[in-house]
Design a protein around this ligand. Structure first.
Ligand SMILES: [Fe+2]
Length: 191
C-alpha cells in the first residue's frame, strides 16, 4: 500500500493556500487510485483470460496514476520547508554547469520546456547509467517519462496547479514564481 505523504508548505509567492489544499487532494487521489488499481489487477488476475480486456485497459492506466503520485511528491517536496537557493558548491550545481554550460542556460531551457503547450510536467532527470542530467517534458503524468532515469525536479504544468491564482494567461509568471518558491535543498537531496 502506498500512503500519501504530508508536506510542510509555507506561504508561497503567487499560489494561495486554497490552491495548494485543492491540489493536495488531487495528489491524494492519485495515491488512492494507484492502490486501487493494484488491488483490482490482483482481483481480476484470478481469471485473467476472462478479464483480459478490462485487465489490459486498467493496466494501461497504472502508469498514469503512479506517475501522478510520484510527480506530485517531487513537486510538493520542492516547495516545502521554505525557499532555499541552490548551493553553488553542490554536486547538482556542478552537474548542471557541466551538462548545460551554465546554470542560467539550463534555467532558461527548463522554463521554456515548462511553457510547452498542453498538460504535463517540466522535468529534470538524472540518467544514472551515463551520469547525465536530462531535461524534458512529460505529457499527462506518464507519457515521456525517461526509462530508468531518476526524477530530480518536477514542475506541474497542469492548469489545476496555477489557473485559480494566475488565470490561464499567467502561466509564465507561475513558472517564474515556482523558482522563487523553490527549496533547492530538497532538489539537491533528490540528486
Ligand atoms: Fe497536479
Amino acid at each position: 500500500m502506498y500512503t500519501p505523504k504530508t508536506f510542510n508548505i509555507p506561504k508561497l509567492k503567487g499560489l494561495t493556500e486554497e490552491t495548494i489544499a485543492e491540489h493536495i487532494k488531487l495528489y491524494e487521489g492519485y495515491v488512492k487510485n494507484t492502490n486501487g488499481i493494484l488491488e483490482k489487477i490482483k482481483e481480476l488476475s484470478i481469471d485473467s483470460e476472462k478479464n483480459a480486456y478490462i485487465l489490459g485497459e486498467i493496466q494501461r492506466r497504472f502508469g498514469f496514476e503512479f506517475g501522478g503520485m510520484r510527480n506530485h511528491e517531487h513537486y510538493f517536496g520542492a516547495i516545502s520547508d521554505g525557499a532555499k537557493a541552490i548551493d553553488i558548491k553542490s554536486e547538482l550545481f556542478n552537474a548542471i554547469e557541466k551538462e548545460y554550460g551554465s546554470f542560467d542556460s539550463w534555467l532558461a531551457r527548463f522554463k521554456a520546456i515548462a511553457l510547452t503547450r498542453g498538460i504535463g510536467w517540466a522535468m529534470l532527470y538524472f540518467d544514472e547509467k551515463e551520469k547525465r542530467l536530462l531535461s524534458t517534458w512529460v505529457d499527462e503524468q506518464h507519457i515521456g517519462q525517461l526509462a530508468g532515469a531518476k526524477i530530480i525536479l518536477a514542475l506541474d504544468m497542469w492548469e489545476h496547479s496555477f489557473v485559480a491564482d494566475y488565470q490561464p494567461s499567467g502561466k509564465k509568471q507561475y513558472v517564474e514564481d515556482f523558482f522563487e518558491n523553490l527549496n533547492w535543498k530538497f532538489v539537491q537531496d533528490s540528486f
